[in-house]
Design a protein around this ligand. Structure first.
Ligand code: PEP
Length: 256
């Protein structure tokens, strides 16, 4: 299985800035067969970047899309419109769950629509700080994982990527804490156990599980060597080209 390094640019970069970043990243990057590099620009930049990128080196992800293919949904973009333009779409990011009010039902429809349109959903799940403090992590992970996959049949599980992103570890500042490899390991094991119980051991093993939460070049190696972790979802550090390249380099070293 490949190691995935996915940069989530969130609401950052103009189209021009995004294009310059991609140009430099393409130039700096040889084609690493074992490391799948993906960037998720803002919706506006997706189309021009899709014409600019070399998909063998860097694939694109959308940060979000709507589950209906067309209709009276002002402001939305559909998976069918993104079909052929992006290879991945982040679905259920905690910022969409907690800032924009998406629930597991909507997220499940988005996962289904992505797969139907040949786009790999990167399903994000993770507990908040208070859920962890109250000992609810396992229940939250189970609910979000099975909720998000509720419209995915046995044959389609291999078309999904899961990202474990504890909300308390995202965009950590000096005063907040980051996740330890042991904490990640425990939840990743749980994710694989739930997948195995639901879809069978073999299918569960085929699902890439990424970790996201304040990943930096300095901690990427430790996170990538957590058993069962197949890649990283990187927010803040992906905005700094040199840091993102360093994280890709770490992934390459861990794989070799
Ligand atoms: C994210 O929002 O997906 C994320 C992981 O952000 P950061 O790396 O900044 O914590």
């Amino acid at each position: 299985m490949k190691t995935y390094i996915v940069g989530n640019w969130k609401l950052n970069f103009t189209v021009g800035e995004a294009s310059i970043y991609l140009h430099k990243l393409l130039k700096a990057m040889p084609n690493y067969r074992d490391v799948g590099v993906v960037v998720a620009p803002s919706t506006l930049a997706i189309q021009p970047l899709s014409l600019q990128t070399d998909r063998h080196k860097i694939k694109l992800a959308a940060q979000n899309a709507f589950y209906r293919d067309y209709g009276a949904y002002t402001g939305e973009i559909s998976f069918s419109q993104l079909r052929g333009v992006v290879d991945y779409c982040i679905v259920g990011h905690s910022e969409r769950r907690y800032v924009l009010g998406e629930d597991d039902k909507m997220i499940a429809k988005k996962v289904e629509a992505a797969i139907r349109n040949k786009i790999t959903p990167i399903l994000c799940i993770g507990e908040t700080e208070s859920e962890r403090a109250f000992g609810e992590t396992a229940d939250v992970i189970r609910d979000q994982l099975l909720g998000g996959l509720s419209e995915v049949g046995d044959d389609d599980l291999s078309k999904v990527i899961v990202a474990y992103e504890p909300v308390w570890a995202i965009s950590s500042t000096k005063s907040s804490r980051i996740a330890s490899p042991d904490e990640i390991s425990e939840v990743v094991k749980l994710i694989r156990r739930i997948l195995a119980d639901t879809y069978g051991i073999e299918s569960a093993e085929e699902v890439p599980v990424l970790f996201g939460g304040s990943v930096k070049p300095s901690n990427a190696g430790a996170y990538l060597t957590v058993p069962g972790v197949n890649g990283l979802l990187v927010g803040g550090a992906s905005l700094i080209l040199s840091e993102f390249i360093d994280i890709i380099e770490v992934a390459k070293r861990v794989r070799s």
